[in-house]
Write a protein that binds this ligand. Structure first.
Ligand code: HAS
Length: 566
């Protein structure tokens, strides 16, 4: 079977779908302004520049919750759905089910607003992991459920469209981008079932007062059953852009179609049975199962190593086509600051950051090393080099791409736009270096250090941690400036007059090698493999918890060490 040759790079889009995708880009972008501001305040608190419990009417943990929930949950979910609609419409060349797309949008936007209200009035300061015994207002949990259900509706609405495409093209491989989007949402579907169980059966009844206590170890295990595949739900749309667009932007071709399919499918199997690597320090789980999850975690890194090689080879091909020579000299020929191929910079800069995010992920996965860095500043350093690195840059670049192509508007301030990803990268690297250093020195995450460790007036003051927090504040400020520039470019582009009719016009990479490997043509065997591994990886840990008979815990607020009174 051969790959679908996409004879077009421009696909006309029905007005309804265009409005839906544009709204799904615009709405989270407005919220992202709050999320980014809340992130900037975090570095000011931690470095001791702010020495208070709250600022601008936003309490420390309230701001941290807004930062994580908006940036890592709301923005990413909306982008994944919008991008999924775009890829399905573009690569299958068939109209989508508009009614379902509207329903999905209404559920997601309604759910987000419902969860936003308690966060904004300080009734849901439970951080993006919403671990009990921190307790939020029921509207927060119900809003999250609606957001997730809305994204499921979009996913299921693509299946009949794909089936019609398959009937019309029985001898053609599933397009690579379509396979990547299906992998994204299969991972998401698997991930969201345990968290739905946690929210519906444990947290909502507890938050409504129907139950007085909650089983904390059970809730945490259900959360991480969701929490790790969640990170690959973030990564996969970025990988779709890397495999289908980056080689073209670099002036070349994708080195291997097989590598892309293998990467997407492998992540379906291995992204979920590894959640216990977030719980190495959890006393309720035996070390045997932690070790098995550690082993699977090493296997989840394999497709990213394959990706590193494949993308480097694809970019090298492009650079040599553009006249690059020598063992390393070809790097000079990549379009780093090309105003017309500006998306290259967003994707390339993310890859650079991911080298460090990936290495530190493997450190975290190494059980014994994790005992040094768990719950320290090292962890936010790692995740800013993953979700805030390749994922965030691909998503903000992708948002700009969809905005310009669907509205037919030229990008505003092109010469500023090309520098934004590099400025963000500079900020991330300084910020994360500071936090890695602090983490190894024992500095905690999720702590308002301006009141204690970075305040010379406090008996807890740690002069040896100072350097780490200065680096964090400098890096965070550079990141904040990069995002201010990005918002200016985004909203100025939106305000411009259109110069062409809107359509989907996306870069499409051709292939150097179009391997015909049956094992990576179908999702089904990989899905079965994923279910088997999940049963293997989680049955015994859940049985252990059930045997443990843990006492329930009452609710707490982050502001008080005393259980909340109803
Ligand atoms: Fe992670 C914690 C292990 C990847 C996100 N991770 C987190 C948390 C988040 C997160 C949000 O085992 C914190 C959760 C919380 O709040 O507590 N992570 C890993 C491993 C990987 C990994 C093994 N993480 C990610 C990705 C994320 C993400 C991706 C978001 C998108 N992580 C952990 C562990 C913990 C953890 C433990 C728990 C720690 C604890 O104690 O709590 C792997 O998937 C990484 C594989 C990646 C690579 C890199 C490949 C490099 C590429 C770039 C090539 C560059 C090129 C350009 C070609 C092996 C593809 C070259 C250019 C030049 C100029 C040279």
């Amino acid at each position: 079977m051969k790959s679908a040759t996409i004879p077009y790079t421009r696909v006309e889009v029905e007005p309804g779908l265009r409005q839906i995708i544009l709204f799904e880009i615009f709405f989270p972008m407005v919220l992202l302004i709050i999320g980014i501001l809340a992130g900037f305040l975090q570095v000011l608190y931690r470095s001791g520049i702010i020495r208070a419990q709250s600022i601008l009417g936003i309490e420390y943990y309230q701001g941290l919750t807004l930062h994580g929930a908006i940036n890592a949950v709301v923005f990413t979910t909306f982008f994944a759905v919008a991008f999924g609609h775009a890829i399905m419409r573009f690569e299958l060349g068939k109209p989508l089910l508009i009614g379902a797309a509207w329903l999905s949008l209404i559920l997601m936007a309604g759910g987000t607003l419902m969860a936003a209200v308690p966060m904004l009035i300080g009734k849901a300061s439970v951080l993006y992991t919403f671990y009990p015994p921190l307790r939020a207002h029921p509207a927060f949990y119900i809003g999250l459920v609606l957001l997730v259900v809305g994204s499921w509706v979009a996913f299921f609405s693509w299946i009949p469209v794909f089936q019609r495409w398959k009937r019309d093209n029985p001898d053609t491989k599933m397009p690579l981008g379509v396979m990547g989007i299906f992998a994204t949402f299969i991972v998401w579907f698997i991930a969201t079932i345990p968290v739905a169980i946690e929210i519906i059966f444990l947290l909502i009844p507890w938050s409504l007062g129907w139950t007085q206590t909650v089983n904390v170890p059970l809730a945490r295990m259900l959360f991480w059953f969701f929490g790790h595949p969640l990170v690959y739900f973030w990564l996969l749309p970025a990988y779709v852009m890397y495999y289908t667009m980056l080689p073209k932007l670099a002036g070349g071709k994708l080195y291997s179609d097989f590598a892309g399919r293998f990467t997407f499918l492998w992540l379906i199997v291995f992204s979920a049975p590894i959640g216990l690597h977030h719980q190495y320090m959890e006393p309720a789980i035996s070390s045997t199962w932690k070790f098995i999850h550690a082993f699977f975690t090493m296997l989840v890194a394999v497709p990213s190593l394959v990706t590193a090689f494949t993308l480097a080879a694809s970019m090298e091909y492009g650079a040599r086509e553009r006249g690059g020579t020598g063992l390393f000299g070809w790097w000079k020929k990549l379009p780093y600051l090309d105003r017309d191929r500006w998306l290259f910079g967003y994707l390339f800069a993310g890859l650079f950051i991911f080298i460090f995010g990936g290495i530190t992920g493997i450190v975290n996965a190494s059980y014994n090393l994790d005992s040094v860095v768990h719950n320290t500043a090292w962890i936010p350093a790692h995740f800013h080099q993953t979700v805030a690195g390749p994922v965030f840059l691909a998503f903000i670049g992708g948002s700009l791409l969809l905005l310009t192509t669907l509205t037919g508007k030229e990008i505003a301030f092109k010469s500023v736009n090309v520098w934004i990803p590099y400025l963000w990268t500079l900020g991330i690297m300084i910020f994360s270096s500071g936090l890695f250093y602090g983490g190894v020195a024992g500095q905690p995450r999720r702590t308002n250090m301006g009141l204690t460790y970075t305040n010379p007036a406090s008996p807890l003051y740690r002069a040896d941690w100072r350097i780490s927090e200065i680096a964090g504040a400098i890096g965070g400020t550079v990141m904040f400036i990069a995002m201010l520039l990005y918002f200016i470019v985004f909203f100025a582009t939106l305000a411009k007059a259109k110069s062409a009719d809107g359509a989907l016009e996306l870069p499409v990479s051709e292939l150097i090698q179009d391997e015909d490997v049956a094992a990576v043509q179908s999702l089904r065997p990989w899905l079965i493999g994923a279910i088997i591994l999940l049963v293997v990886a989680y049955t015994a840990p859940f049985v252990e918890l059930a045997r443990g008979r843990y006492e329930g815990t009452p609710g707490y607020s982050p502001a008080s060490p005393v259980a909340q009174q109803r």
